[in-house]
Ligand binder design. Structure first.
Ligand code: NAI
Length: 329
C-alpha cells in the first residue's frame, strides 16, 4: 500500500521504514495533516498521523475524495480524529493503543520525582557551584496518597510503580479493574474524594467531551493544599489557566505537565527564533514549582518500535481489505 506519513519526524522514520519491511511504500511529510497539507496524500491509500494532526471532518472529506481508505493514528489518544465523520465517509481508522504504557507511566513518575526533589533548581544551583540544600527539601513518596484519574493501561502501570514505592492508591475511573484493587490495593473513590485526600494526582484519562476541563477551578479548590498535579494524558483535561492560578496562589503545590492545552502548532517543532505570544505558557515555564515537558512521555525506543509495528500491521490488514485489530470505527 502507498502510505503518506504526516508529522514524520526524523527520530521515527527508521522505525517506520523497518516495520514496513519493503511491503509498503512510505512518503514522509514533516508537516502535520491539516487543511493546508492534506493534498500531499494524493496517490496514497492510507495516511499515518500523530497526536496534533488535524483529522477533523473537512480534512477527512478531502482525504476520502483523494481515494484514501485508512487513517492510522501513531498514538494511543485519538481525540484529533472525528470518528463519526470517518465512519460516514467509509474511512477506516486505527490507533496504536498498547505500544508502551511503561514509557508514559515512567515519565509521569519522573515528573513526580523531579518536582518533589526540585531537580530543575538543584541542577541550576549546582552548576553555579551553589551547594546549599535549604531550598531543595522534598518529601518521602512512601506513605503518600496518590490519586490516579483514568486507571487503564497507563494508569495501571503508574499504580504498579507507586505501589512499589509504598504509596496509598486511590483511583477514579468510569469502570473498575479488580486486578488493580487486589494486587496494588487501589481503592476506587469519587473524583471529589481523590481531590480531597491525594497528595499527588496523576491524570491518565483520555480527552473527550466528558473529560475536557475535568480538572477545573472548582476541583482545584477541593484539592489538598500543596498537592501535586501531574498530567501526561491530554492537555485540555486540565483547565490550564485555573491550574496556573492555583499554583500562583500556593493552593496547588506543584504542577507537572507533559501535555499542554494549547500545544498544537507549538510542540514537536523548533520555535527558538519564533515570536512567543502565549503568555499562559510563558507563565507556566516561569513558575518554580511547574515542570513542563514537550509531549515526550511516549518517547522510548521500545515505544517507537511498537508504534511503527502497530501502524504497519493496520496498513497491511487494510491492504487485504480486512479490519485492523486496533480499528476504531
Ligand atoms: P486506556 O484506554 O487504557 O485507559 C484510559 C482509562 O481512562 C480507562 O480505564 C477509561 O475507563 C478511563 N476513562 C475514560 N473516560 C473517563 C472519565 N470520563 N473519567 C475517568 N476515567 C475515564 O488508555 P491509556 O493507554 O492508559 O492512555 C490514556 C491516555 O494517555 C490516552 O488517551 C492519551 O490521551 C494519553 N497518552 C499520552 C501520551 C504522552 O506521550 N503524553 C502517550 C500515550 C497516551
Amino acid at each position: 500500500m502507498h502510505l503518506t506519513v504526516f508529522s514524520a519526524y526524523a527520530y521515527e522514520q527508521p522505525y517506520l521504514t523497518r516495520a514496513a519491511q519493503g511491503q509498503h511504500e512510505l512518503r514522509f511529510v514533516p508537516a502535520p495533516l491539516g487543511p493546508d497539507t492534506v493534498a500531499q496524500a494524493q496517490g496514497s491509500q492510507a495516511v499515518a498521523i500523530f497526536a496534533n494532526d488535524d483529522a477533523s471532518a473537512p480534512v477527512l472529506e478531502r482525504l476520502a475524495a483523494l481515494g484514501v481508505r485508512g487513517v492510522a493514528v501513531r498514538a494511543a489518544g485519538h481525540d484529533q480524529v472525528d470518528l463519526a465523520a470517518a465512519q460516514r465517509l467509509g474511512l477506516r481508522v486505527a490507533n496504536a493503543p498498547d505500544y508502551s504504557p511503561y514509557a508514559v507511566a515512567e515519565h509521569a513518575v519522573t515528573l513526580m520525582l523531579a518536582l518533589n526533589r526540585r531537580l530543575r533548581l538543584a541542577d541550576q544551583q549546582l552548576r553555579a557551584y551553589d551547594f546549599r540544600l535549604g531550598n531543595l527539601v522534598g518529601f518521602d513518596m512512601h506513605g503518600k496518597t496518590v490519586g490516579i484519574i483514568g486507571c487503564g493501561r497507563i494508569g495501571g502501570v503508574v499504580a504498579r510503580i507507586l505501589h512499589g514505592f509504598g504509596c496509598r492508591l486511590l483511583g477514579y475511573d468510569i469502570k473498575t479493574n479488580d486486578e488493580l484493587r487486589q494486587r496494588y490495593e487501589l481503592t476506587y473513590v469519587p473524583l471529589e474524594q481523590v481531590c480531597a485526600e491525594a497528595d499527588i494526582i496523576s491524570i491518565h484519562a483520555p480527552l473527550n467531551e466528558h473529560t475536557r476541563h475535568l480538572i477545573d477551578a472548582d476541583l482545584l479548590a477541593k484539592m489538598k493544599p500543596g498537592a501535586m498535579l501531574i498530567n501526561t494524558g491530554r492537555g485540555a483535561v486540565i483547565d490550564t489557566e485555573a491550574a496556573l492560578a492555583a499554583l500562583q496562589s500556593g493552593r496547588l503545590g506543584y504542577l507537572g505537565i507533559d501535555v499542554y492545552e494549547h500545544e498544537k502548532g507549538l510542540y514537536f517543532n523548533d520555535h527558538t527564533l519564533s515570536p512567543r505570544p502565549d503568555q499562559l505558557f510563558a507563565a507556566l515555564l516561569a513558575h518554580p514549582n511547574a515542570l513542563v515537558t514537550g509531549h515526550q512521555a511516549f518517547l522510548t525506543r521500545e515505544a517507537l518500535s511498537n508504534i511503527a509495528d502497530a501502524t504497519m500491521a493496520s496498513v497491511t490488514k487494510w491492504e487485504h481489505n480486512e479490519p485492523s485489530t486496533c480499528e476504531l470505527v
